[in-house]
Design a protein around this ligand. Structure first.
Ligand code: SF4
Length: 230
């Protein structure tokens, strides 16, 4: 595992649980609005690497005080030793949440077969046509559909989520996303917040207003049982 960030405590990343947050390095996508360019397009600096020993000695110390471990990125499923890493965490008795961009159905399926992830969060980034333009030609669009289906049908618990960026998303594209995840259980709408992003041109004019977010919520509520603005 290449781990390039570690946060000892978060109340925001695993619903209802106290968790720590592990950031893996590297991603197979290049979303313009990505808030973690240091994990995606920048070189991985030796000084930022966190060893697995550090993580596991922390987890052993915190047993009973911490509920869960959230593995995020970057894109965790590109790490070749993700499965043994999760197994080790589960052995210590922690809940595990895995964040994914939903481009690696082979690994997702293996993990589902092993039942070692308690909560999945998959980004459903665009409607179909926009996805195709943004998958860097290397990832077939069918991967997105496969991962949605796998998570929807087999995950112990899960959420789908989208970061909405004006200029990339329109109110019309909301319907497209809704159709992709129709019948799922939980969906979070995340507004774009400017800051450090892969495309530094993005700014406040790329954020949606409260009123627009409510409209998005109304549309998505036709497709998903529980919809929240985060
Ligand atoms: S937003 Fe997620 S999927 Fe997109 S580039 Fe960043 S880490 Fe990768």
């Amino acid at each position: 595992m290449i781990i390039a960030g570690f946060q000892k405590s978060t109340l925001l990343d695993y619903p209802g649980k106290v968790a720590c947050l592990i950031f893996t390095y590297g991603c197979n996508l290049r979303c313009e609005y990505c808030h973690n360019p240091e994990l995606v397009i920048q070189k991985c600096l030796k000084k930022n690497i966190v060893s697995e020993e550090t993580i596991f000695s922390f987890l052993k110390e915190r047993k009973g005080l911490l509920d869960a471990v959230v593995i995020t990125g970057g894109e965790p499923t590109i790490q070749s030793d993700l499965i043994p890493f999760i197994k080790k965490i589960k052995k210590l008795g922690y809940l595990v949440k895995l964040d994914t961009n939903g481009t690696n159905s082979k690994i997702v399926k293996k993990i589902l077969d092993l039942e070692i992830v308690d909560y999945w969060a998959m980004d459903v980034k665009y409607a179909q046509e926009v996805y195709k333009q943004n998958l860097l030609n290397a990832i077939p669009y069918s991967e997105i559909q496969k991962n949605i289906k796998l998570i929807k049908e087999r995950a112990k618990d899960y959420e789908f989520r989208t970061t909405y960026v004006k200029g990339i998303h329109t109110l019309k594209s909301v319907e497209g996303i809704g159709k992709l995840i129709k019948g799922s259980k939980r969906y979070y709408i995340q507004n774009f917040r400017p800051g450090k992003t892969i495309n530094p041109q993005l700014n406040f004019s790329n954020s949606f207003t409260e009123k627009e977010l409510e409209k998005i919520k109304k549309v998505m509520s036709k497709y998903v049982k529980k919809v929240e603005i985060r």
